[in-house]
Design a protein around this ligand. Structure first.
Ligand code: CP
Length: 330
């Protein structure tokens, strides 16, 4: 697929206490109060799903899921969220091969087509800024960013923040370790934006030297009040972290396989021994997944490991809440 470069522009509507009709493209649209408003709605959706309650909140609504990049969790949890709320989906994975994109249809025209048939579009795309471009093209319905290149993944962050809140009862005064591909991980970029909305949060960044956070992003997050400390070794991880957030090295973002191989050759894996040596008994271990050599399966049964349990499930509840809110149903 030829990749169009999209300009990233600051023209998104702030949530400002009202989700109805809004695109969800960036964490920059959120204020602290919007996240505080969302948390109990996610809890409500969790109760509904856990109790297998029948909901018709989205009855009559069709949501288009356009995924130009592979996905296990985001795609299936959005599909499940719509169906749990009584709505229906148009599910297109790989539009570049199965839709008229393959005949040369422009990105904007493709978005307009699905706008004509749906109440909202959920878009994953490899190019940073594509979700904003889609939001500009779809004038009458909300667009939800399900990950745009190495830029942002806002719904992942909202589920991550709910996961942290569920565990600690707060989103202020947290210390976290963000590890792995800090340069390319859109989940980390959105999470830093989210944590910077709250008070006295500190993140330690541990990455291979080639994959440090972009300097302008670092300056921006620091300016917003997030304390960022870059470290080069596991030995520098503080013992008082509430959460570790591990991410895989993103092979698909490298220009050459050799450059990728050079980095992954250096072991960057959470093992039981690493967790027992540097984490506290209350530290939760998170990973947006997929894990590709990031977490030893021997860690899975540790009660601090939430990546295969609450983090995956919270994706469903969070996406149920967001869809209901943007469609004015919650
Ligand atoms: N966390 C996440 O975005 O996973 P998928 O790529 O499987 O959707």
């Amino acid at each position: 697929m030829s990749q169009v470069a999209f300009r990233i522009r600051n023209e998104l509507a702030m949530i400002n206490g009202d989700f109805c009709g809004k695109d969800i493209v960036s964490l920059d649209q959120f204020a602290r109060q919007d996240i505080e408003y969302l948390l109990p709605v996610i809890q409500h959706m969790k109760n509904l799903a856990v109790n297998h309650e029948v909901s018709h909140l989205l009855a009559g609504h069709l949501i288009s899921l356009l995924f130009f990049e592979p996905s296990s969790r985001t795609f299936s949890s959005f599909a499940a969220a719509v169906k749990r709320l009584g709505g229906q989906t148009i599910e297109i994975q790989n539009p570049e091969t199965v839709s008229s994109v393959s005949k040369g249809e422009s990105f904007e025209d493709t978005i307009r087509v699905f706008e004509a048939y749906s109440s909202a579009i959920v878009l994953r795309h490899p190019v940073p800024g594509s979700a904003r471009a889609a939001a500009r093209a779809a004038k009458d319905i909300p667009v939800v960013n399900a990950g745009d290149g190495n830029n942002e993944h806002p719904t992942q962050t909202l589920l991550d923040m709910y996961t942290i809140y569920e565990q600690f009862g707060r989103l202020d005064h947290l210390t976290g370790l963000l590890a792995g591909d800090v340069f390319n991980s859109r989940t980390l970029h959105s999470l830093m934006r989210g944590l910077s909305l709250f008070n006295n949060n500190i993140v330690y960044l541990l990455s291979p030297p080639q994959l440090r956070l972009d300097r302008s992003d670092l300056a921006q997050f620091v300016k917003r009040g997030l304390r960022i400390i870059e470290i080069d070794s596991e030995k520098d991880i503080p013992h008082d972290c509430q959460f570790w957030y591990w991410t895989r090295i993103q092979k698909e973002r490298f220009a050459s396989l050799d450059a990728y191989a050079e980095i992954v050759a250096k072991n960057f894996t959470v093992t039981p021994s690493l967790l027992d040596t540097y984490a506290s008994k209350n530290t939760i271990l998170m990973d947006p997944l997929p894990r590709v050599g990031t977490i030893d399966p021997a860690v899975d049964d540790d009660e601090r490991a939430v990546y295969l349990r609450s983090q995956i499930r919270n994706g469903l509840y969070t996406r149920m809440a967001l869809l209901a809110l943007i469609l004015g149903k919650a």
